[in-house]
Design a protein around this ligand. Structure first.
Ligand SMILES: [Zn+2]
Length: 165
């Protein structure tokens, strides 16, 4: 088997050889958190994060989330060191950073979920069923209005129906 990307001479994981990097990639693609992979493979987190760029089959979103995880563990590290050395101002700054990163990650994950929901709404089967229901409800305007309202509430209506109802 051939790698798509050339081995990075500065990548600690690539330098460990094919078998090692394959095992590590298997864990990454199985969605194991990077810090857990770091412990299991006895490899520093930054090295694993660097190697994420060399793994085929990850989306840009995956890479972005891994980047956030790395930043998050760095910020938590700063917070813990600040607490240990009684530096409350630094600890508070680091805590704000941790909170901002968690918030950002939650928003990105929320956006991914919203997009998946939109994909379902755009599915031809769903559109056909919705069309059949709307057609059947033509004779029952009150029931139709109620269904339209419910679907609009979960953003499952095409704009055309929403505006003509
Ligand atoms: Zn690598």
């Amino acid at each position: 088997m051939q790698r798509k990307q050339q081995e990075d001479p500065d990548c600690e994981v690539c330098l460990q050889g094919w078998e090692f990097s394959q095992e590590l990639e298997r864990l990454i693609l199985a969605n194991m958190p990077l810090w857990e992979i770091s412990e299991r493979m006895s490899t520093p987190l930054p090295a694993i994060h660097r190697h994420v760029d060399h793994v085929d089959g990850l989306t840009d979103q995956d890479r972005l989330l891994y980047q956030l995880d790395v930043n998050l563990s760095e910020a938590i590290g700063v917070k813990n060191r600040a607490r240990a050395s009684y530096a409350p101002k630094l600890e508070l700054d680091a805590l704000r950073e941790v909170r901002a990163l968690i918030d950002l990650k939650a928003r990105i994950l929320g956006e991914i979920k919203t997009r998946q929901e939109i994909t379902i709404v755009e599915h031809p089967d769903f559109q056909r069923i919705r069309y059949n229901i709307m057609t059947a409800l033509e004779r029952y305007p009150e029931a139709k209005r109620a269904v339209v309202e419910e679907l609009a509430a979960v953003r499952a209506l095409p704009c055309a129906i929403e505006t003509t109802s």
